[in-house]
Each structure stands twice: as structure tokens, then as C-alpha cells.
Design a protein around this ligand. Structure first.
Ligand SMILES: Nc1ncnc2c1ncn2[C@@H]1O[C@H](COP(=O)(O)OP(=O)(O)O)[C@@H](O)[C@H]1O
Ligand SMILES: Cc1ncc(C[n+]2csc(CCOP(=O)(O)OP(=O)(O)O)c2C)c(N)n1
Ligand SMILES: [Mg+2]
Ligand SMILES: [Mg+2]
Ligand SMILES: [Mg+2]
Length: 326
């Protein structure tokens, strides 16, 4: 059954309780109101998922679409070192989507939102030809904690969390109907990415960190840091963390996907050399994988990849680009 009434739909998706009830006016008025906590600044971001661009009916179930749209935004909060608090949802619904499917999209957001005690506090609903889901997230971070892309300095260590390329491998499996049951971890990386909030919080305790999350691909994110900081970045090819599953699935494409696949939602950044051992230890204690992949050198915003055999190649912004899909 397709959705028959906008107002009944809004009632249906309204949460029955709020985690931060004392601080907000949520769904039900013209706009939401959120309290401002002493000692913190707000973080705000929005990311959109469009049918045919970010997902198809074949690659993502409705639950996954909701889950991933919220995850992408939580990941941006993580990349600023903050905690996510609230979200708003703008949804454009084509007639062909059933009420159950729409409910599943919201259930996907709810299941991840609950993990972080986030409240759904508003949004907007329209009909339209293509499913478009925009999620807005509000988070917080302590005053003056700024994990900016422009914070990298000469001599810093470059690091990345987890493994990269898995989400693109998962997408390849889904698009080409290949062995989805044999490579569940890759498929899951694509459909249910895990935002790295805990790592962002660990990083926020350090003096100076540059940070970015991997949405468009490692190469693109490194270049964003290099450009914002006006430095050059050198990474070592053999240190890029590629999972065994990805290697097993397609060894030939693994490095390409790691560099340009995108949607891994891992954190990539730099930290002073003197803080690296401490960061490594804290991640070990927290059970999180973090890998040194290179160093920061003087320069004007380029990134290079080096091999053990000495070959050096310049990285290009070959990650996902909405208007330049070659
Ligand atoms: N249409 C837009 N209008 C205003 N700001 C935008 C728009 N699109 C992106 N931005 C801003 O540009 C920056 C980079 O965006 P984006 O590449 O989407 O970042 P991310 O990959 O972290 O989501 C962000 O600060 C974002 O808020
Ligand atoms: C059907 C399908 N084709 C291709 C992709 C790959 N893809 C789509 S958007 C994107 C990049 C991330 O999305 P974007 O809107 O650029 O997010 P942002 O950088 O703003 O976080 C990638 C890798 C996909 N997820 N699904
Ligand atoms: Mg974005
Ligand atoms: Mg980002
Ligand atoms: Mg992008």
C-alpha cells in the first residue's frame, strides 16, 4: 500500500520518547528548538541519498537506506571529534514506495540513532519522482576542539582507521550479483557502514589532529587535507589497510577501491609524530584498528603514493565525483 496521507505518515514516524526530552521541542511544531549546553559548540551537517546514485532497489533494502543515510552524517560528526545528538529527515517519496518500506527506512535510522541516543526532532515530507533522503545531524563538541582538515603540519604521521575499499567491493558484489553470501562482511560494509564516533572522541583529546571521513575515497580525502593544510602527503602503498576478504574477493581491484571506492566512513588524518605511539596504544586498548600509512611533508597540497620499490605516483582526486563520472 502506498502512502495515502502526509499527516498520518508524520504521526506514524514520530518517536514515542526522546532521549534528550528536557532539552528539546521536537516534531509537532513549525520548527524544533534545541538547548545549548555550556562548554560545547554545535556541529551541524547534512548528507543526501538519491535513488540511482547512492542506492538502487537491488543494492539496498529500505532499512539499509535509512541506516546508511544516518551513518554518513554521524560519520561527519565523528570526523569533527564530536558526539551526535539529534537528526532531522527530509524525504521525497515516489508513489511506488509502500508504507511498509517507508517504515523500514525510518526503522533503519532508528536502530542506529538509538545506539547513540539520538533523537529524531523534525523533517519534511514531499512526493516526487525519485526517492531522495536527506538527513541533517546536530552534534556537539567541547569548545575549541577543532579537528580540522587544515591542521596537518610537516612531520606529522598520517593514519587511517579500519580497512578501506570494502564498501566498494561490497557494491561490486551487489551490482554484479556475485557471491554475496560468501563475502558478507564486504556487503555489510556497503549497506551498514559503522561511523567511527569512539575514535573521533579519542582523537579529540589530542592537542592537534587533522581529520576527514572517507566518503569519496582515501585519495580524495588525503588531497582535501593536503589542500586545506597547504602541505604534501606521502603514503606508502603497502601499508594501506586492505581486508583479507577484499583481497580474496578481487586482489586486482583492491588497491583501486581502497583509494577511490569511497563510502568506507573510516577516519583518515594526521597527528604529530610525538603523539602517534600514545594514539596507537589508546586504539589498541579500545580494540580499534588504526594504521600509520604515511607522513606529511612541506608542499602545496599534493598527495603521493610510494611503493617499496621506490616508485612514486601522484594521487589524483579520482574518488567519487557527482559531476565527473568517467
Ligand atoms: N550545496 C551546498 N551548499 C552549501 N554548502 C555545501 C553544499 N554542498 C556541500 N557543501 C559544503 O561543502 C563542504 C564539503 O562537502 P562534502 O564534500 O559533501 O563533505 P562530506 O564529504 O564531508 O560530506 C562541507 O562543508 C559542506 O557543508
Ligand atoms: C547504485 C550505486 N552506485 C554507486 C555508488 C557509489 N557511490 C555513490 S555516492 C558515493 C560517494 C559518497 O556520496 P556523496 O554524496 O559524495 O557523500 P559525501 O561525500 O557528501 O559524504 C559513492 C562511492 C553507490 N553507493 N550505489
Ligand atoms: Mg556531503
Ligand atoms: Mg565528511
Ligand atoms: Mg562526496
Amino acid at each position: 500500500m502506498s502512502i495515502s496521507d502526509e499527516f498520518a505518515f508524520i504521526k506514524d514516524i514520530q518517536p514515542d520518547r526522546l532521549f534528550h526530552a528536557e532539552k528539546v521541542v521536537g516534531i509537532g511544531d513549525d520548527a524544533a528548538i534545541i538547548g545549548v549546553e555550556e562548554g560545547f559548540e554545535k556541529i551541524v551537517c547534512v548528507d543526501t541519498m538519491v535513488e540511482g546514485v547512492h542506492f538502487t532497489r537491488e543494492t539496498m533494502k529500505p532499512f539499509d537506506i535509512g541506516y546508511k543515510a544516518l551513518a554518513a552524517n554521524i560519520s561527519d560528526v565523528a570526523a569533527m571529534g564530536g558526539y551526535p545528538l539529534y537528526y532531522l529527515v527530509s524525504i521525497t517519496i515516489p508513489k511506488s514506495w509502500t508504507q511498509e518500506e517507508l517504515k523500514s527506512i525510518y526503522d533503519g535510522m532508528k536502530s542506529l540513532g538509538e545506539q547513540y541516543e539520538m533523537d529524531l526532532i523534525g523533517g519534511d515530507t514531499t512526493s516526487g519522482k525519485t526517492m531522495v533522503l536527506s538527513v541533517f545531524v546536530i552534534g556537539k563538541v567541547e569548545n575549541s576542539k577543532r579537528l580540522l582538515r587544515s591542521n596537518a603540519r610537516v612531520g606529522d604521521v598520517m593514519f587511517v582507521s579500519g580497512t578501506v575499499g570494502d564498501a566498494a567491493g561490497g557494491l561490486d558484489i551487489l551490482l554484479h550479483n556475485k557471491n554475496a553470501d560468501k563475502f558478507e562482511t564486504l556487503v555489510e560494509s556497503h549497506q551498514r557502514p559503522k561511523p567511527q564516533v569512539t575514535l573521533g572522541r579519542i582523537l579529540s583529546k589530542f592537542e592537534r589532529v587533522s581529520l576527514n571521513d572517507v566518503s569519496d575515497g582515501l585519495a580524495s580525502e588525503l588531497l582535501e587535507i593536503a589542500e586545506a593544510s597547504q602541505v604534501d602527503i606521502f603514503i606508502n602503498k603497502e601499508t594501506i589497510p586492505i581486508s583479507e576478504d577484499l583481497q580474496r574477493y578481487d586482489a586486482d581491484n583492491a588497491l583501486k577501491w581502497a583509494l577511490t571506492g569511497g563510502e568506507d566512513f573510516e577516519l583518515v588524518g594526521s597527528i604529530p609524530e610525538t603523539d602517534w605511539a600514545k594514539l596507537e596504544k589508546e586504539c589498541l586498548i579500545a580494540g580499534m584498528k588504526i594504521t600509520k600509512i604515511g607522513t606529511v611533508a612541506s608542499g602545496e597540497g599534493k598527495a603521493f603514493i610510494k611503493s617499496y620499490n621506490g616508485a612514486v605516483q601522484e594521487l589524483k582526486k579520482e574518488g567519487y565525483n557527482h559531476f565527473n563520472r568517467g
